[in-house]
Design a protein. Structure first.
Length: 558
């Protein structure tokens, strides 16, 4: 059938099973938005307050479902406003397709109004990007974009479409989505070598990254941990990839990991890493990381082998497929003394925050109360900073796709948009964004989106009136020189929320925590909670820059 380029965009989205897109209209995408009006009964469009909010909402949609998120922006500043969100998705391997408009073909390269080379700008932060210069190529380009975004190590793809391409017509024929691009399966010798190491180990350490969630490998990972009889630690991106109520779970490993995990890596005789890239926040000092034992790395992206740390056995492939194979080969192992030691360390070194004054609120109390009231079953989104680490430490994640956070790029302002996307994708789930007051200031205008579309999220601000994580570093390493880390305290967050149309609450004392959370969670519309905490509560444990992950700081003076 004969369709315009804009209609072909809609049809290709339907081919891919897309039901929701996030974006902001503008001149270069007027034809696409006209088509969205025509297809409004089949494709839900959410207009965010800012294009960056659209990119984060599409990201939250993707992380909480495993589907590819979609965002749309106009040319020039609209497209550049997506860049931070695209980079966020790229660093965390999130499948995303960003569709941008551009000026007409004959105006490209002439510094035309709202023209920017968005494919050039995003080349380092996308798996691939395209500019479509012939309407006959449009459908196949979009199909390939979705194929690439969702194949192998997932990530964002950008498709830039000049305005006249969306107005031109050509024949369109519906097709099934392209299958995922193939990836290699390891040779048998890799499994033989792995089995030798696994069966010889007496103190194995099983470490899991975001690839476990990306490949839906939670069940296989659980079985593997049982067969290996090993304790388990997860990266920030793998929260929920292993049931944290399982007694094998030790907590996170890395800069703000648990002391149990630090002691375990110091004493293990085999380190098994599944679906992880060994980021610097995990390794800390790479030269001092697991230097006394062999490392097995199971990873789909060969570029991650020996990049940040040398490993003894590299097993390339999808985490789910590799674990299925290992589970079929590995005989039951038993390490009772090792597991007893892990349990003893967990009991000796729990994560505990003490109130700075009688009746004062701690993040631990707030998040653990939230955990209890939601039965470990909410989708928790976060901003970046202390709030992010506390959310990872004190909520019990039992299922994958329930922790949505910017790990690699560390994008302040990510969480609110992501929470909107996650809630729209999961209308039956409770969605809470745990924020700091600094991060909240970054993209607070997305409260307007939550209100306009009546998205019932809970925006929970842990308000310490400082840029807490930066201030913590200033306290430790800059002799208490608190340069530019006191946040403007004149903003009345509850009044601001009410101005946007949200119901608002304030928590100032410990006895207000549970009743406020209970009431907020019962609301049918978006709410904001301004929760006041002491500025001297720190994120601990903490491994200083350049130090060994085995030697975290456990206590700090005020």
């Amino acid at each position: 059938m004969l369709l315009t380029g804009a209609q072909i965009v809609m049809e290709c989205l339907l081919e891919q099973g897309v039901d929701t897109v996030f974006g902001y209209p503008g001149g270069a995408v007027l034809n696409i938005y006209d088509a969205l009006y025509e297809y409004r009964d089949r494709i839900n469009h959410v207009r965010t307050a800012h294009e960056q909010g659209a990119s984060h909402a599409a990201d939250g949609y993707a992380r909480s479902t495993g589907k590819t998120g979609v965002c749309i922006a106009t040319s020039g500043p609209g497209a550049t406003n997506l860049v931070t969100g695209i980079a966020t998705a790229y660093m965390d391997s999130v499948p995303l397709v960003a569709i941008t408009g551009n000026v007409n073909l004959n105006l490209l390269g002439l510094d035309s109004f709202q023209e920017v080379d968005i494919t050039g700008i995003t080349m380092p932060i996308t798996k691939h990007n395209y500019i479509v210069k012939d309407v006959r190529d449009l459908a196949q380009t979009l199909r390939e974009a979705f194929q690439i975004a969702g194949s192998g190590r997932k990530g964002p793809v950008l498709v830039d479409i000049p305005k006249d391409i969306t107005a031109q017509t050509c024949e369109y024929e519906r097709q099934e989505p392209l299958p995922p691009l193939p990836h290699d399966f390891p040779i048998e010798e890799r499994f033989t070598s792995a089995l030798e190491l696994l069966t010889r180990s007496e103190r194995p350490f099983l470490y899991c990254g975001g690839g476990v969630i990306s490949s839906d490998a939670q069940a296989e990972l659980t079985k593997f941990a049982q067969l290996l009889d090993a304790p388990v630690s997860c990266s920030l991106m793998c929260q929920g990839g292993f049931d944290q109520a399982d007694p094998r779970y030790m907590g996170m490993l890395g800069m703000h990991g648990t002391n149990t995990a630090a002691l375990a890596i110091k004493n293990c005789d085999l380190f098994v890493a599944v679906g992880t890239r060994f980021s610097d926040r995990v390794l800390c000092n790479a030269g001092l990381f697991a230097r006394h034992c062999p490392i097995i790395q199971i990873e789909i992206d060969t570029a991650e082998f020996n990049k940040n740390i040398e490993v003894q056995l590299k097993v390339k492939g999808d985490a789910k497929e590799i674990l299925q194979k290992l589970n079929s080969l590995l005989p039951q192992q038993s390490h009772p003394q090792w597991m007893e030691q892990i349990t003893a360390w967990k009991e000796e070194f729990p994560l505990v925050q003490k109130p700075k004054a009688p009746g004062a609120v701690t993040p631990q109390q707030v998040i653990e109360t939230l955990d209890r009231l939601t039965d470990d079953d909410a989708i928790i989104c976060t901003e970046v900073g202390q709030n992010q680490m506390w959310a990872a430490q004190f909520y019990t994640y039992r299922k994958p796709k329930t922790f949505v956070s910017s790990g690699g790029l560390g994008t302040m302002g990510f969480g609110l948009g992501a929470a909107i996307g996650a809630k729209i994708a999961n209308p039956d789930k409770t969605v809470v964004n745990i924020a700091g007051d600094g991060s909240f200031h970054m993209n607070l205008t997305e409260l307007a989106t939550a209100a306009a579309y009546h998205v019932p999220i809970v925006e929970l601000i842990l308000n310490n009136e400082v840029l807490g994580m930066v201030r913590q570093w200033q306290k430790l390493f800059y002799d208490n020189r608190f340069s530019q880390t006191d946040v403007d305290t004149t903003t009345n967050f509850p009044a601001l929320a009410e101005a946007f149309g949200l119901k608002a609450y304030t928590i100032s004392t410990a006895d207000e925590v549970e009743p406020v959370l209970r009431d907020a969670l019962a609301q049918t519309g978006p709410v904001l909670i301004d929760c006041h905490i002491d500025r001297d509560i720190n994120v601990l444990p903490m491994v200083p820059a350049g130090a060994s992950v085995e030697s975290p700081i456990l206590e700090m003076d005020n």
